[in-house]
Write a new protein. Structure first.
Length: 58
């Protein structure tokens, strides 16, 4: 998926899984930077998120 999203050829892909995982994580963070976050929806941890969003937990 990373290869398709970044339009990389096979010879441009990292050879080690750790490198592809790190690149994918960095790409996800990059995409998240462009998402506006309402000031009242900041969470300090998953526990904080769960406590503030009980209706979203199954």
């Amino acid at each position: 998926m990373l290869q398709r999203l970044l339009c990389l050829r096979d010879d441009q892909m990292p050879h080690f899984m750790d490198a592809t995982d790190a690149t994918a994580a960095a790409y996800c963070h990059f995409l998240q930077m462009n998402r506006p976050e309402p000031a009242d929806r900041h969470f300090s941890s998953w526990k904080d998120f769960a406590n503030k969003n009980k209706e979203r937990i199954r």
